[in-house]
Design a protein around this ligand. Structure first.
Ligand SMILES: NC(=O)c1ccc[n+]([C@@H]2O[C@H](COP(=O)([O-])OP(=O)(O)OC[C@H]3O[C@@H](n4cnc5c(N)ncnc54)[C@H](OP(=O)(O)O)[C@@H]3O)[C@@H](O)[C@H]2O)c1
Length: 344
């Protein structure tokens, strides 16, 4: 069987890590790369990824140009969090009859925020006989797919709570900046108002996906405003020093309300100096389930893995728009990627 032919669409921080991993993975061949950033277009992918070699794939600003030269089985899409922004990019990949796996957070469960775009994308994917899936570590796994999987061992469920606490001090600088680390509280509030800090995108999508899997009809989903985590003692990362009383990061909660009670509660915290890092899921039901992963799963590595491991499942799936809860149980792909492809 020929190698799986992949395109990297969006070669930024995360898209770049995915491309690097794909380049070393057996059974898969990166045949093209697309990005609009001026410092990347027309350069060799290897050079942009900081590899000490050229890989013979020139980054193009245009999908059409790439697909006029090569054929592809799947596009790995990693450009933006919001479906309104990514829809035209994803639709154009689909129109070229190429499958898509994307890091776009809203695409992980698009039926609530963008039902019309979700319907259009589903129709388009069916028309062009390809599959579209949005995934990642969160949304995509830790606060939704993993939660849903754990509920399989319950006879009854009263309430679900998932908490992710990460020490942002070990993450890359752009992430630390994105969560406001090192700002005064006033600067943090201003950046929130100006939407320079948006908090975590995906809590609503994760709650809606869990509720849908359980056929729970929620009264509403409430996403609390993003709160600064103010440090009581000085903390620092390699690049940022946070003084007492300054912002070390952020916390955001979201709740799925059913029959006037909190049925699903998600609590996301990312700040420099978090002493205990973990992913915890508590299910109050029959039986109660308490699961804790400690330290928490590394966000970047986990996202790269989720996206790459989804590739064969996306290729094997029937045409249309799917979410993680619709695909087979997620699993790693440690062997040659071709071993996971079902023959037609
Ligand atoms: N679900 C999850 O668990 C998960 C995990 C990690 C990341 N994500 C999401 O994945 C997305 C990508 O993350 P990232 O950290 O790699 O972002 P990033 O560093 O901003 O990289 C995005 C890249 O895509 C390029 N781009 C933007 N619009 C484009 C277009 N229309 N066509 C082609 N290229 C385009 C950007 O160019 P410019 O710089 O010129 O704009 C940039 O080079 C983000 O929205 C992030 O929140 C999700």
């Amino acid at each position: 069987m020929e190698k799986i032919k992949a395109i990297s669409y969006g070669v930024g921080a995360v898209g770049g890590l995915i491309a690097k991993f794909l380049l070393e993975k057996e059974g898969i061949h990166v045949v093209g790369a697309i990005d609009v950033a001026r410092d990347k277009v027309e350069k060799d992918l290897g050079e942009v990824l900081g590899l000490q070699r050229k890989v013979g794939v020139k980054i193009s600003g245009s999908l059409k140009t790439v697909l006029s030269d090569v054929e592809a089985d799947i596009a790995i899409h990693a450009t933006s969090s919001f479906l309104k922004d990514t829809y035209p990019q994803i639709a154009s990949i689909v129109e070229h009859s190429v499958n898509v796996v994307s890091t776009c957070e809203e695409l992980s469960y698009p039926y609530m925020c963008e039902p019309k775009l979700a319907e259009k994308l589903d129709e388009l994917a069916k028309k062009h006989d390809v599959t579209v899936v949005g995934t990642g570590i969160n949304p995509g796994f830790l606060m939704d797919t993993l939660v849903i999987t754990l509920t399989a061992a319950c006879e009854k469920i009263e309430k679900i709570q998932a908490t992710r606490i990460m020490n942002a001090g070990t993450r890359r600088l752009p992430f630390q900046k994105k969560i406001g680390a090192g700002l005064t509280v006033k600067e943090f509030q201003r950046k929130i108002e100006e939407k320079q800090i948006t908090g975590h995108v995906g809590l609503e999508q994760s709650i809606a996906m869990i509720a849908n899997a359980l056929a729970w009809e929620l009264d509403k989903i409430v996403v609390d405003s993003v709160e600064p985590v103010i440090t009581k003692k000085p903390v620092e990362s390699k690049d940022i020093k946070v003084h007492e009383g300054e912002v070390a990061g952020l916390r955001q909660k979201a709740k799925g309300i059913m029959k006037n009670k909190e049925a699903i509660v998600l609590d996301f915290q990312a700040y420099i100096g978090a002493e205990e890092e973990y992913d915890a899921i508590t299910i109050e039901g029959v039986p109660n389930i308490n699961q804790k992963i400690q330290p928490c799963v590394h966000g970047d590595i986990g996202t790269v893995a989720m996206i790459v491991n989804a590739i064969p499942k996306v290729i094997n799936a029937p045409p249309g728009l799917f979410t993680m809860k619709d695909l087979p149980v997620p699993s790693a792909t440690p062997e040659d990627m071709r071993k996971y492809i079902k023959k037609a």
